[in-house]
Structures are given as structure tokens and as C-alpha cells.
Design a protein around this ligand. Structure first.
Ligand SMILES: *Cc1c(COP(=O)(O)O)cnc(C)c1O
Length: 394
């Protein structure tokens, strides 16, 4: 049993150089080259792929909403013969993006109304989201912040860094700063280091984390020098964003390992997407492969109600089914928390399969992953005032 080779599902494959056979390894491994050579026009897309009419129309729409932009590294993962493939659906625009369902919004999580300073979202008591840039290495078609990222839409992000630092200094209740955007890892090492220094200089900030899809879109960015720089600002955590096991290539695995080797604890935030990862099988493969890369699945997000995302939205029932298919069946470390980011701005709300069947003062009745039912006595609290009053009136 133990001598079996790993199943193809958990194998790491490099797709380089793929569509770029003439590029030298030095160029290919240079993150600046990757950025300069992104596929960012309909013409480039058509040079490299057989574009469907739905994608053609989508690419035309993208120019005024959310830019088309795909790094060569990530572009090579696209399934050439499968217009509905899980990588393609994430980054190639489709005509359905032009359709807004009645419940869809430009700012689905009500971030703009929770910004005390431009670029700083302060929703929870002790932590803030710091939007440091409006640019990403590639653009996810379901981006919750598509109103401000990529430079294509009408709204712009004008982060006021000095005002943001002043706010962080003044608000001593903030102990956790989350760098996001856009993607902070598009900054030079020096610029990102400057921001980390400024935040680390504030004594009440204990915990710093970066949310980034760069290790996945642009693994070349995760250089040894970059990792050595990050290491100076611990405790520094990172949340990456992987939706499908195919995204975990050898280059991505090596980049994640470099980060982990430099002491950066890694979590993953997936978005549940129709046709991408809305099945127990795909998600099981993904979470197992993440553990091999030393990444702990952190959140599985129900797709935010962003305008033009209906074609990518899976049901909440499907999300619950996926969690039910993982919990108990596999390592607890592999099971993310499924959440809905409450429309309008209530924050992340956990959504779980119903394992508690009954609960009163005397007992709790629970169901395990196999559907077996168990009873646990509720703990009586005899010495509280409440009980005293009940037991000994007068
Ligand atoms: C997601 C989010 C955070 C971080 O939430 P955690 O549950 O601590 O990971 C903080 N602020 C905002 C506005 C967020 O959307």
C-alpha cells in the first residue's frame, strides 16, 4: 500500500514555458518580465487561445470594468480545449460579466462606508484592512473589489498613507493590520519594507498579515531576498488565494515553501466558484495539496454579490455539502471555515452543517460525520445567582 506512487491529483506539475517557448529561463524567472508580458488585450488572447464568442464579448467589456490581465505563468495553466475550464473561468472575461442580477452590488461588503481614512477599512473592533494598492498581478473575474482595482472602472482608490498611519497610531485598540489591495506584493521590496517598518513602529500593533495572490499568479516574485526581508517583521502571516489544485504547480509549491522556510505561517482563502471548485472531490484534492505546501486552508468564501458574478456563483447548499464532505473525513487542518461576508457590511459569518440537533439546559444532541447521533449532558451551573434564585426562592 505504501509503495504506491502519488495519485496524479496531488502531483505538482510545471507548465513552463508553455506558450513562450523562446523565452530564456532567466527572463521567465524574472518577475518583472512576467509582469511586462502579461496577456492584457483581446488581441494577445486571440493570438494564444481559441477565444469563444462569449469570451470575445467579455474581453471587450473588461476595458471599462475590470481589466483583463494574466501573467504568462498563470496563462499556461489555462485549459486550451476547455472553454469552461476551472482556470479559464477565473481569469478570462465572459459576456455574463455585463449582466447584473438585482441583488448584485458594486461594493458588496459595504467597505466604502467603513473607511475612516481612504484606504483603511475598519469594520472589526481590533483589526483593520489596509488597501495599499489598486493593482494585482492578474485580475480575478469575481473580484469583490473590482470597483476600485485594475484602473479600468470609474472609481479610484486614493489611499492616504500618512493619514492611515496616524489613524493606526491613535487607535490603540487595533492590534492586527491586514495588508491587501490590490496586491501589496506588487510593490518593490523597499516600498513594502517601508510600509512594514511604519506599521511595526506602532507598539500596540501585534500582528501583521498580508493577503496576496502573487505566490500563485507570480511565484517568481517570492525571491530569497524578499523572504529574508519579510523575516525581519515577524510575527508576519500571509493568506494566499488558491481555488483549484491545478494552480499548485512546482513553482508555486517552491515559492510557498520558501515563505514557510522563512517563518511565514500560511493560510489559504478560497472562493467557492461554479465550474471551478464546487465539488467535494475538487476541494478535497485542493486542501490536501495545500497541506503538502504547508498552507492551512483558512476560509472558504461564499462568492460575494459583486456585479456580473452570477455565472460564477455556486449555492450555499453546495458550500455546506463541501464542508460536510471534508469534516471528519479528512485531517482537521485541511478543513477551512466556510463563511458568508454579510452583504452590506456585517463581516464574515460562519456557515456550518447542522451538527447540533438539539440543545437545552439539560443536554445537547449532536450528529457526527457519519450521521450517527450522540447525547452529551449539559453542565448545570448550580451556584450562579440565576440558579440560586430558582432553587431557593426567598
Ligand atoms: C476579512 C476581513 C478582516 C480579517 O478578518 P479575519 O476573520 O480576522 O481574518 C478584517 N477586516 C475586514 C474589513 C475584512 O473584510
Amino acid at each position: 500500500m505504501s509503495s504506491q506512487s502519488p495519485s496524479p491529483a496531488t502531483q505538482f506539475i510545471s507548465h513552463a514555458p508553455g506558450h513562450w517557448p523562446d523565452v530564456s529561463p532567466e527572463q521567465w524567472n524574472d518577475w518583472k518580465w512576467q509582469l511586462k508580458n502579461r496577456v492584457n488585450s483581446l488581441k494577445r488572447l486571440e493570438d494564444l487561445l481559441e477565444v469563444t464568442p462569449e469570451e470575445h464579448a467579455g474581453a471587450l467589456l473588461a476595458g471599462s470594468k475590470l481589466s483583463l490581465s494574466i501573467t504568462p505563468h498563470f496563462f499556461n495553466l489555462i485549459e486550451p480545449d476547455d472553454a469552461g475550464g476551472p482556470i479559464r473561468r477565473q481569469v478570462v472575461p465572459r459576456v455574463e460579466e455585463g449582466h447584473t442580477a438585482p441583488w448584485e452590488m458594486a461594493d458588496p461588503c459595504g467597505e466604502d462606508s467603513h473607511m475612516p481614512v481612504p484606504g483603511l477599512v475598519h469594520r472589526y473592533p481590533d483589526r483593520v484592512l489596509f488597501l495599499v494598492t489598486d493593482r494585482c498581478a492578474s485580475y480575478c473575474r469575481y473580484c469583490t473589489r473590482s470597483r476600485v482595482v485594475s484602473g479600468a472602472g470609474e472609481q479610484e482608490l486614493h489611499t492616504n498613507f500618512e493619514e492611515a498611519f496616524a489613524y493606526l497610531e491613535k487607535h490603540t485598540e487595533i492590534r492586527d493590520v491586514l495588508f491587501s489591495g490590490g496586491d501589496a506584493l506588487l510593490f518593490s521590496d523597499d516600498k513594502l519594507e517601508y510600509l512594514l517598518q511604519r506599521v511595526r513602529a506602532i507598539s500596540h500593533i501585534e500582528f501583521v498579515r498580508i493577503g496576496s495572490r502573487v505566490p500563485i499568479f507570480l511565484p517568481q516574485r517570492i525571491t530569497p531576498e524578499f523572504c529574508r526581508m519579510l523575516q525581519k517583521y515577524h510575527p508576519l502571516w500571509m493568506s494566499v488565494h488558491v481555488n483549484h489544485p491545478r494552480e499548485l504547480t512546482t513553482e508555486v509549491r517552491d515559492a510557498l515553501n520558501r515563505l514557510a522556510d522563512h517563518g511565514v505561517p500560511l493560510g489559504n482563502q478560497s472562493v467557492l466558484l461554479a465550474g471551478v471548485n464546487d465539488s467535494v472531490e475538487v476541494m478535497r484534492e485542493l486542501v490536501h495539496k495545500l497541506l503538502l505546501c504547508r498552507v492551512r486552508p483558512y476560509y472558504l468564501y461564499q462568492c460575494d454579490l459583486i456585479q456580473g458574478s452570477s455565472h460564477l456563483r455556486a449555492s450555499v447548499a453546495k458550500g455546506i455539502e463541501i464542508i460536510e464532505g471534508l469534516r471528519g473525513h479528512t485531517s482537521g487542518y485541511a478543513v477551512p471555515q466556510y463563511v458568508i461576508d454579510a452583504p452590506g457590511g456585517g463581516g464574515k459569518v460562519p456557515v456550518n452543517p447542522g451538527y447540533v440537533l438539539f440543545h437545552d439546559d439539560e443536554k445537547v444532541v449532536v450528529r457526527n460525520y457519519e450521521g450517527k447521533i450522540f447525547e452529551y449532558p449539559e453542565v448545570a451551573i448550580p451556584f450562579t445567582n440565576h440558579h440560586k434564585t430558582e432553587l431557593c426562592p426567598g
